[in-house]
Write a protein that binds this ligand. Structure first.
Ligand SMILES: Cc1cc2nc3c(=O)[nH]c(=O)nc-3n(C[C@H](O)[C@H](O)[C@H](O)COP(=O)(O)O)c2cc1C
Length: 423
């Protein structure tokens, strides 16, 4: 049995209602913070917890909040990234649906820490059915004095606005998200300046993922050291893993950082379905380089181990592929996704994803030339690090490591069709 932190209330009846949340000790972390902690102390506790962002990049949350300049006279904003658009990722959805008050309390703590009085939840358009749940939770919190003016008579004010996106993957990238929230087209901004200094409406802004924020209340309540001790020294706590693909029991699992990937697949998820063997795993959403079965066997689910394997923990979305999976087709499908979702602003990403798609199609049609596989790898290598935002890197990572590790799967499409004997 592993400690449940984020998913502790998921299975309670009416888990989304404030009565349930409060009965389970909800909003006590807020009381503790507003009642006797300075914003700096909140940030210190989060730093001590070794909480790293659950949205993709894994940036230390306490440090991100510390970067928001306190002496800047402009308003500060905390923007919640609920775009959840990375292929394979479906864990924020469960928090939004079953425990929205954990997110609201996390937003309150983060806002208090950075001095924000107006927060925004940018939620993916396809999650329209979750907006009512969020709005209801916000209204409940306001009615009980956890939101609005003079929260718990502390003098601290905060309001939250829910803003739906329109279904673009690029708007999950934090600066495109801010552009979209400002009512503009979701093009990524050049960094630096980082949002912490010049963010929403040109003001200091922290952008945080849903799960990151929902992890903060237990940290404040039980201490950063406790949270850190649940995971590895550098990757603190537990996190939600969204497991999909060819396992018997796909779903969302909360596990401590450093948990063996093999154990997750074989024990928690019941193994590969239909008694098949494992071929490959994508460990952090489609943007994370693919692992072979042998690599997956020795991988642990923490930022450090996956970086050593030249992949990443990303959004915690684990896509499991059995021996029957056509890696070529899986890569082609992902490339088509990136081609479709490229915002078109920069040449390497706009042209690169398009050309890769075309080459995949050519190979699949049986018209591939022997050098096409190397051409795909070369294109992908040329895109890496040259695009305006990490979407270009993500599309490159979906291709080159797969060619390097599963070249035979690509070459089989180049074989001449078998001769049919003339009758
Ligand atoms: C193309 C692209 C899509 C992204 N989509 C998401 C997303 O859907 N949700 C998310 O939380 N972060 C997403 N990110 C990461 C965000 O840019 C950012 O790192 C994150 O919101 C920071 O929050 P965190 O520090 O709490 O993880 C995406 C990044 C890229 C490059």
């Amino acid at each position: 049995m592993t400690t449940k932190v984020i998913s502790a209330r998921f299975d309670l009846p009416d888990s989304h209602r404030i009565e349930t949340y409060v009965a389970e000790g909800g909003y006590n972390a807020l009381r503790k913070a507003l009642g006797g902690m300075t914003p700096e102390e909140v940030i210190e506790e989060v730093k001590r917890s070794a909480l790293r962002g659950r949205g993709g990049a894994g940036f230390p949350t306490g440090m991100k909040w510390d970067f928001v300049p306190k002496d800047n006279p402009k308003p500060k904003y905390l923007v919640v990234n609920a775009d959840e658009s990375e292929p394979g990722t479906f864990k924020d959805r469960v928090i939004l649906e079953r425990d929205p008050h954990a997110l609201i309390e996390g937003i309150l703590l983060g806002s208090y820490a950075i001095g924000c009085h107006q927060s925004f939840i940018y939620i993916r358009g396809e999650y329209w059915y979750l907006i009512d749940i969020l709005e209801q939770a916000i209204a409940e919190a306001r009615q009980r004095g956890y939101l609005g003016r003079d929260i718990l008579e502390s003098g601290f004010d905060l309001d939250i606005v829910v803003h739906p996106g329109a279904g673009a993957y690029i708007c999950g990238e934090e600066t495109s998200l801010l552009e979209s929230l400002e009512g503009k087209r979701g093009y990524p901004r050049i960094k630096p300046p980082f949002p912490a200094v010049v963010g929403l409406y040109g003001c200091p802004t922290a952008v945080n993922n849903v799960e990151t924020l929902a992890s903060v209340p237990p940290i404040i309540l039980r201490g950063g050291d406790w949270y850190r001790s649940l995971g590895t020294g550098k990757s603190g706590g537990t996190r939600l893993f969204a497991v999909s693909g060819h396992v018997r029991k796909p779903g969302v699992y909360e596990l401590p950082m450093g948990y063996p990937l093999k154990k997750l697949i074989e024990q928690d998820c019941g193994g590969i379905r239909n008694g098949k063997r494992l071929k490959a795993v994508i460990p952090g959403g489609s943007s994370a380089p693919i692992l072979t079965a042998e690599e997956a066997e020795r991988a642990t689910l923490d930022f450090e181990c996956l970086a050593e394997l030249k992949s990443m923990l990303g959004s915690g979305a684990i896509i499991v592929m059995d021996e029957d999976t056509d890696i070529f087709k899986a890569c082609w499908r992902m490339t088509e996704f990136y081609e479709h979702e490229s915002c078109g602003w920069c040449v390497p990403c706009r042209e690169g994803t398009r050309w890769m798609s075309k080459i995949f199609e050519r190979i699949h049609c049986g018209e591939g030339r022997p050098r096409d596989i190397d051409l795909l790898a070369e294109l992908s290598n040329n895109m890496f690090g040259r695009a305006h935002c990490p979407l270009g890197d993500a599309s490159a990572w979906a291709v080159e490591p797969a060619i390097r590790k599963f070249r035979g799967e690509f070459e089989k499409y180049l074989r001449p069709p078998a001769k049919v004997a003339a009758s």
